[in-house]
Design a protein around this ligand. Structure first.
Ligand SMILES: [Fe+2]
Length: 142
């Protein structure tokens, strides 16, 4: 399973979002590592749960700022967050039903590239452009 590395191609030029994306990728990699290293069902379930929780936390940060600064494409962005949460919930379900199979490992790879990376490079990048164009710097304090 290829470990997903944060790189400049994932940079949205907004430091709070970039920092959260790094943690988000880390949480995803923790799930991959837990499966690859056969860390056992408790550890894998916990890693998936942490990924899920962090995803919600991260999305709510973006969503608060979109609302506060009247981001014009927020409806579309929120829909993508909902789709991504659904994809993640499906992963959890797959794990609960099938366990840590090779297929689950493949599903996580698929999630990494087709959901997480695509979301950052196609959707979050536009958010970064918008905030920069408005001279808005996000902080943790909101
Ligand atoms: Fe987003």
């Amino acid at each position: 399973m290829g470990k997903l590395e944060w790189s400049d191609s994932l940079c949205v030029d907004e430091s709070l979002i970039d920092e959260q994306h790094k943690t988000w990728i880390q949480k995803l990699n923790d799930v991959s590592v837990a499966i690859e290293a056969h860390q056992g069902p408790t550890r894998i379930a916990e890693a998936l749960e942490f990924l899920n929780e962090y995803t919600s936390f991260h999305f709510s940060t973006e969503e608060r700022y979109m609302a506060k600064y009247a981001y014009p494409d927020s409806a579309e962005h929120l829909k993508k967050h909902a789709d991504l949460k659904k994809a993640l919930a499906d992963l959890e379900l797959e794990y609960e039903e099938e366990g840590a199979t090779h297929l689950l490992a493949q599903s996580i790879d698929f999630f990494a590239v087709n959901w997480l990376v695509n979301h950052i490079t196609e959707t979050d990048v536009k958010l970064g452009v918008y905030f920069r164009s408005k001279g808005i710097a996000l902080t943790d304090k909101m």
